[in-house]
Design a protein around this ligand. Structure first.
Ligand SMILES: Nc1ncnc2c1ncn2[C@@H]1O[C@H](COP(=O)(O)OP(=O)(O)OP(=O)(O)O)[C@@H](O)[C@H]1O
Ligand SMILES: [Mg+2]
Length: 399
């Protein structure tokens, strides 16, 4: 069928033509927004899940929901070894600009922008490498008011965040709305910054200030947060984002096609669910190639069969291959040993045994795989791929 009209959208953070199976999360967030704006005690949301399940897309949707309620919003994508100070400053700047025009006292807004500028210009003290090493002209946050003094500029991220968040929230309070700061890839926030962020949220939640941090990250994110602050479980409400149930996966395929007057035969949907396993990225990838291969509507199981190898090949290069490439030879050996032991969590001791090595000698490979986000550990002594179907992919590799 006409590839120009192909509605499917495989790709990182690509907005799907139909956001299927996430009604629970969207409804929950509506309640959070309403309660926070009214100063009611409420835990913020943190989305967790494997690669390609739709965390970024959902986070963007939650952001739209907040904007729809006239909240100020900003978003950052955390990177390992990068302090969140500047990204957070930029995101809050964006959030304040969204609501500033409606505020009746421009001087008050400028005051808070001055605090934001002071916060942004303060060099990180203990932050990760990389930010410090930057040379050249002094970095400018692009805020047109003079930096304030004596607020949010101590250099201690925790203190500074508390002051900045409180001031930013006060602007939102005047408008009976709130501010939402979205953090994608939250597991990559450097440890000292995680601790400062949790502490600031904790402090804020006690005063009822309408500012929330909404995070998304890999499945081990809750353990990263609770290792940093034991009270993080009471701060965040964790929502596990998983593969789509059969009816949601079907809807993700059918709804966009219907808008183009195209239908699926029931056995085509069976075949597509069998290959995608309901993982949103795969739903889009197999949906896309099948559309292109189908001569006309309705799309049949035969079309899926013809098209699937094209999607397999694309996924092997893009989704799986790009990640595999990032691993060193030792890390690849480790992952192949994991894959040979089957899908789901495997014991690190078993991996060592199958490689004929001492567990301790494999720690560097395992640790760097954890750091690269290719595997995660939900429980001590166990490791698991963060990428769905990765084991299956590795087992078909002959390198
Ligand atoms: N609810 C959904 N229904 C249909 N398709 C979806 C849904 N959620 C996500 N997708 C599709 O799945 C793909 C992956 O989405 P996204 O990039 O948000 O995943 P992610 O969890 O952020 O992945 P990563 O961990 O790699 O960042 C995109 O192509 C997107 O269009
Ligand atoms: Mg993402």
């Amino acid at each position: 069928m006409d590839p120009v009209r192909n509605p499917y959208a495989p790709g990182a953070g690509q907005r799907p033509p139909e956001l299927a199976g996430r009604d629970r999360e969207l409804a929950r967030f509506d309640v959070v927004l309403e309660r926070v704006a009214r100063g009611r005690p409420e835990r913020s949301l943190v989305l967790t899940g494997l690669r390609g399940v739709g965390k970024t897309v959902l986070l963007n949707q939650l952001r739209s929901q907040a904007i729809g309620r006239l909240w100020g919003t900003g978003k950052i994508e955390a990177r390992p070894d990068q302090s969140i100070r500047r990204p957070v400053a930029a995101a809050l700047h964006m959030a304040l600009r969204e609501i500033a025009g409606r505020h009746r006292d421009p001087e008050r807004v400028d005051q808070v922008l001055g605090v934001l500028k002071a916060f942004a210009l303060r060099e990180p003290e203990t932050a990760g490498r990389g930010t410090r090493a930057r040379t050249g002209p002094r970095w400018q946050p692009g805020i047109d008011v003079p930096a304030a003094m004596g607020r949010a500029d101590t250099g201690d991220l925790e203190i500074d965040l508390v002051e900045l968040f409180a001031d930013a929230a006060s602007v939102a309070t005047d408008l009976s709305v709130g501010i939402a700061l979205f953090i994608d890839e939250m597991q990559d926030v450097p440890a000292p910054d995680v601790s400062a962020l949790c502490a600031a949220c904790h402090e804020l939640s006690q005063t009822g200030a309408p500012l929330i941090v909404v995070g998304a990250g890999l499945p081990h994110l809750p353990s990263v947060l609770s290792a940093s602050k034991s009270y993080s479980e009471r701060l965040f409400h964790y929502l596990r984002i998983d593969r789509l149930e059969r009816d949601a996966a079907d809807r993700a395929l059918i709804a966009p096609a219907e808008r183009e007057d195209v239908n699926f035969a029931p056995d085509a949907l069976d075949a597509l669910y069998a290959v995608s396993g309901g993982y949103p990225y795969f739903v889009q990838a197999y949906g896309k190639v099948t559309w292109d291969a189908a001569p006309d509507s309705p799309i049949t199981a035969e079309d899926v069969k013809v098209a699937a190898p094209n999607a397999d090949a694309e996924l092997a290069v893009g989704f799986f291959g790009s990640r595999y490439e990032r691993a060193t030879p030792a890390e690849r050996d480790y992952m192949r040993a994991m894959a040979a032991l089957g899908d789901g969590p495997v014991a690190t001791a078993e991996v060592a045994e199958s490689l004929g090595r001492k567990p301790s000698s494999l720690s560097p490979a395992r640790d760097s795989l954890l750091k690269k986000g290719l595997v995660y550990s939900a429980e001590r002594g166990l490791v698991e791929f963060t990428v769905p179907h990765f084991g299956q992919f590795l087992r078909t590799q002959h390198t």
